[in-house]
Design a protein around this ligand. Structure first.
Ligand SMILES: Cc1cc2nc3c(=O)[nH]c(=O)nc-3n(C[C@H](O)[C@H](O)[C@H](O)COP(=O)(O)OP(=O)(O)OC[C@H]3O[C@@H](n4cnc5c(N)ncnc54)[C@H](O)[C@@H]3O)c2cc1C
Length: 459
């Protein structure tokens, strides 16, 4: 039997990994990418003496597919794990730093918790189980079970690190599936924590170590290697404009190739495009699905890379990520001393920070002057680390639509997509707005999508 001619749309980690797995399963794949490089949001660049990951500076090994992929792509020698510091974080509240970890024992002993919170923790096991998880916001769930201090000091900082999100909009079930399932299984978050700590990796066939990783030349090593593995099958500077059904029972793509519009036919299509781009491409196929996709919220981020001489930092540097919760009302969401996690990011005597600003609560960062944003990043580092002098390096990157939000309408989006796929056999949708926003989740979703395609269209 002839193999199915399959188009994969988008060459971010989701599209590349899906194409890689489908190719292994015997599909004839062609990837279409708007820009001239693979990687999408994953971008590692050299600027003077610095190696900058403009986007994800690391991944978490949440699935065993990651080490497997690293081995298959022959990247073992450049694959690096971060040290112990990566598992610890600090939260900055009222100008002071407090250490937190995902160890539940420590979470409930956070020093700013008043008697009110301690009483909440005591009664939490007696609060009835949640019934409408999907449509329940994180803030509502946490306030009800653990109180507003737990929300402000623990959950909000983590939510802004992962989603840069607003806890009054994020869905507890979609954004914190493990936390929610503990509550559902044991009838209590606290009982669940005791029985099955959160940092345990998912114990299915995709089990991962849970460790933070990168590569000696940055995260883009992974997407570049996937791009090389796929070779001629990746078509750069090919912007997808429309997906249409054709008379042969397959699909036609309308592709903008450097200003020229071409039509190409395929048996199968897998979209790994952002929701808002896919919304435009499928408008003719389903106006309703297109509108649902357009409503998926993406929040903006600005990332500043700032380097200092180590000798100019007054505060003893613990080397942990510092999270700044929403109660602080700051544009800066978190600061990570990336060169403390992975070597080779900057010269030995310096330290390189990644400062993330914006998110759901500060979308205005996008309209701000670059000098102003630099000042905000530098002043925050000065306050936290008592930096004496000026930084030796600053670089900015703005992303208008950086992180898709897993809001309380997430399950409506899933339902709409499932119905759309059923009405359009051979058309599949994957990407970071569906199965999790992290690199590990994107790889796992890609693997599952490839398996789904192969199950429905065996080669
Ligand atoms: C600042 C930042 C920091 C992050 N940090 C981390 C981290 O530390 N750890 C972690 O695990 N994750 C992190 N993430 C998240 C993670 O990097 C992303 O979720 C993931 O890389 C998204 O991959 P994707 O392939 O789904 O989407 P994308 O990377 O957005 O890929 C979509 C691709 O489609 C292409 N495209 C768009 N429109 C068209 C079109 N019309 N035709 C053809 N191609 C098109 C785009 O150019 C792009 O290449 C971070 C994200 C950001 C923004």
């Amino acid at each position: 039997m002839q193999s199915k001619k399959t188009a994969i749309l988008g060459a971010g980690i989701s599209g590349l990994a899906t194409a890689f797995y489908l190719k292994k399963l015997g599909f004839e794949v062609s990837v279409f990418e708007k820009f001239d490089r693979p990687g999408g949001q994953i971008l590692s660049v050299k600027e003077s003496d610095y190696l900058l990951d403009k986007g994800a500076f690391s991944g978490i090994e949440t699935t065993g597919l990651i080490p497997q992929l690293v081995e298959e792509l022959k990247l073992t020698e450049s694959f690096i794990y971060a040290g112990e510091k990566a598992n610890r974080k600090q939260v900055r509240i009222n100008g002071r730093l407090f250490e937190i970890s995902m160890n539940p024992e420590n979470l409930f002993k956070f020093p700013l918790f008043t008697f009110r919170s301690k009483f909440r923790f005591f009664i939490e096991p007696f609060i009835p189980r949640t019934r409408k998880g999907a449509r329940l916001a994180v803030a509502e769930f946490i306030k009800k079970r653990l109180g507003d201090e737990f929300l402000s000091y623990i959950i909000e900082p983590f939510s802004s690190e992962v989603y840069a999100g607003d806890t009054s909009k994020l869905s507890i079930e979609a954004a914190y599936p493990k936390l929610f399932s503990l509550e559902q299984q044991y009838g209590s978050v606290i009982k669940g924590f005791k029985k099955a700590p959160l940092q345990q990796p998912v114990s299915d066939k995709f089990e991962g170590s849970g460790r933070l990783f990168s590569f000696t030349d940055g995260m883009e090593t992974l997407t570049s290697a996937l791009g090389k593995n796929l070779g001629y099958r990746v078509n750069f500077l090919n912007e997808i404009q429309k997906i249409e059904k054709n008379v042969k029972g397959g699909y036609s793509l309308l592709i903008n190739r450097k200003g020229e519009i071409k039509r190409e036919d395929f048996d199968l299509i897998v979209s790994a495009l952002p929701a808002y781009t896919l919304a435009d491409a499928i408008q003719g196929l389903s106006d309703g699905t297109s509108q649902t996709l357009r409503r998926v919220e993406y929040v903006p981020l600005v990332q500043a890379h700032v380097a200092y001489l180590k000798s100019d930092l007054g505060e003893t540097l613990k080397g942990y990520t510092v999270l700044i919760p929403a109660v602080e009302k700051k544009e800066v969401l978190n600061i990570t001393p990336v060169s403390e996690f992975f070597t080779g990011r900057c010269p030995e005597e310096r330290i390189l920070f990644s400062v993330i600003m914006g998110g759901a609560k500060h979308p205005d960062v996008i309209g701000m002057e670059p000098d102003n944003l630099k000042k905000i990043a530098i002043n925050t580092i000065k306050e936290i680390y008592k930096a004496k002098d000026k930084p030796v390096f600053v670089s900015l990157k703005s992303l208008k639509k950086a992180v898709p939000q897993y809001n309380t309408d997430y399950y409506d989006v899933l339902q709409k997509i499932a119905a759309f796929e059923a009405e359009n056999p051979g058309l599949f949708i994957t990407g970071n707005f569906l199965g999790g926003v992290s690199i590990g989740d994107s790889i796992l979703s890609s693997f599952k999508t490839a398996e789904r395609v192969a199950r429905q269209f065996p080669q």
